[in-house]
Design a protein around this ligand. Structure first.
Ligand SMILES: [Mg+2]
Length: 284
């Protein structure tokens, strides 16, 4: 987990026993029926299967159709929360009425919202230095994908040869050690990816909490029920900080997760979206 800095209180949480989401459906559907729903969905591994490289990831047309249908309902809002840059995630999904939370929450855009977190020039320079240091060793570790997204940096190593992964991880830790020691960056490991952030306590969960405090997204006065679905370590920050504000679901059962529920895979997410759509459409 990210360390909380400054005056932030350190929250000690225990992993809870996770339940398969659909096993509680009959209980949850009443809650979903009564309230407005705000869906927060990660992209890679949640709406689209994980691909060898980020460029190859693709959202299935049936899921895209459901997202579009949901985005037109008055009692439902959809936000896609991703580590990809805003431009990238918008292109990948390509729908109008959706809120896009890009760059791990550092940039947000959609109906009634436009936000950009300030990131210092110094941080941006550090990302370039790290990217350069990794790029120099490109021949030793073929398959590395570097994404300098200006506000955050991602180094993907899914395609690095299995026997070299250990060496790459050791090399990367050496590259970032200097900056980490000085508190100039935050590093979060994900699924065969290192996410590098500026030293600001801001992440997907913080961004979603911030969005939930805004009341402008729904016209009616009904309560808002938030649901967050994600599959990766960066989503764990969201599971922790949204504990009291959202129903949290991890894609793929993992004991060491802070999410309350789990779904098996992207297809389960599709079934989830379908059920929610049928439920909420009936109320229009
Ligand atoms: Mg993901």
């Amino acid at each position: 987990m990210l360390e909380k800095k400054g005056r932030e209180r350190i929250v000690i949480m225990r992993y809870v026993k996770k339940k398969y989401f659909f096993s509680d459906w009959s209980k949850l559907r009443d809650i979903f029926t009564q309230n407005n729903l705000f869906l927060f969905l990660d992209f890679d591994g949640t709406l689209a299967p994980i691909a060898d490289t980020p460029g190859k990831a693709k959202i299935d047309s049936s899921i895209k159709k459901l997202l579009r249908q949901l985005s037109f309902l008055k009692n439902c809002r959809v936000a896609i929360v991703s580590g990809r840059s805003l431009k990238d995630i918008k292109q990948k999904v390509g729908l109008q009425k959706i809120i896009y939370v890009g760059n791990h929450g550092f940039e947000i855009d959609g109906p009634k919202i436009n936000f950009k977190k300030k990131v210092s020039l110094k941080s941006k320079k550090i990302f370039k230095c790290i990217a350069k240091a990794v790029k120099i060793r490109h021949q030793d570790f073929p398959g590395i994908v570097i994404q300098d997204k200006e506000m955050t940096l991602s180094i993907h190593y899914r395609l690095v040869e299995k026997k070299k992964v250990r060496f790459f991880e050791a090399f990367f830790k050496k590259v970032v050690a200097f900056y980490l020691k000085k508190g100039e960056i935050i590093v979060n490991p994900g699924k065969k990816v290192y996410e590098v952030y500026p030293p600001i306590f801001w992440h997907k969960g913080k961004a979603v909490s911030w969005l939930l405090r805004k009341t402008r997204f729904f016209q009616n006065k009904r309560k808002i029920r938030a649901i967050y679905i994600g599959d990766d370590e960066t989503d764990e920050n969201a599971f922790v900080s949204l504990k009291s504000r959202a129903l949290t679901i991890r894609v793929g059962l993992k004991k060491s997760s802070y999410a309350r529920y789990y779904l098996h895979n992207v297809n389960d997410v599709r079934i989830f979206l379908e059920r929610i759509f049928l439920l909420k459409r009936g109320q229009q």
